[in-house]
Write a protein that binds this ligand. Structure first.
Ligand SMILES: [Zn+2]
Ligand SMILES: [Zn+2]
Length: 204
């Protein structure tokens, strides 16, 4: 495997997939780089499974680069709001949990932080927008250029390797008639209901 699997062209593809370049995406690119190096190549099937503890931008890079995708079932989201990514190799159980270090890419530029905060609350003046764009891209470049060991701490995975995705049967909900995966059917007063119907009827 090449030492540096993430070329400039590949970064452009990830950017196109996500829609923009941002620090979160850059972090995801780097986590994927570590996964491709340590755990295995792009997952055609379910050879690798990723457990992500955030649903932010970086996960798009992980899906695109590692082939651990939501639809294939080898991407699992834990809603912990952490920049932490675990990769498991099914063939031998090798696993790696990467946790973003605080200021791992160096202390952020205070001007960039100030503009970013302002941008979240109010519109930036045109010259501020220009300045923000420049600083934002510099921050992304900084993340992309930082050695992996500085960006992430490698820790012990917290859980067992998730079970492979199974093909499930679907049953019609007895309230709305919509086909619902059997594992998501709820029983309520002798009827088989989908989750939204269950929630609605239960509240009556
Ligand atoms: Zn983004
Ligand atoms: Zn229903």
């Amino acid at each position: 495997m090449p030492k540096k699997p993430i070329t400039k062209e590949v970064i452009q593809q990830v950017r196109a997939f996500h829609g923009h370049m941002c620090p979160g995406l850059a972090m995801g690119i780097r986590a994927a780089e570590a996964a491709l190096r340590e755990i295995g190549p792009h997952s055609q099937d379910e050879e690798v499974v990723a457990v992500v503890e955030t649903d932010m931008c970086g996960v798009d890079a992980i899906q695109f680069l590692t082939g651990c995708t939501f639809g294939k079932g080898n991407l699992i989201h834990l809603d912990y709001g952490k920049s932490a990514f675990t990769f498991y190799r099914r063939s031998d159980g090798k696993a790696l949990r990467l946790v973003a270090r605080p200021e791992g890419a160096g202390r952020p530029d205070p001007e960039w932080q100030r503009l970013r905060e302002k941008w979240g609350k109010e519109a930036l003046a045109p010259e501020e927008q220009e300045r923000f764009k420049v600083l934002h891209e510099a921050r992304c470049r900084q993340i992309l250029a930082t050695p992996l060991e500085h960006l992430f701490e490698a820790k012990e995975p917290q859980g067992k390797m998730p079970q492979p995705a199974r093909i499930m049967d679907s049953l019609p909900c007895e309230e709305c008639g919509e086909l619902t995966m059997e594992t998501r059917i709820r029983r309520f007063r002798g009827r088989m209901l989908c989750i939204p119907c269950f929630a609605r009827l239960e509240q009556r």
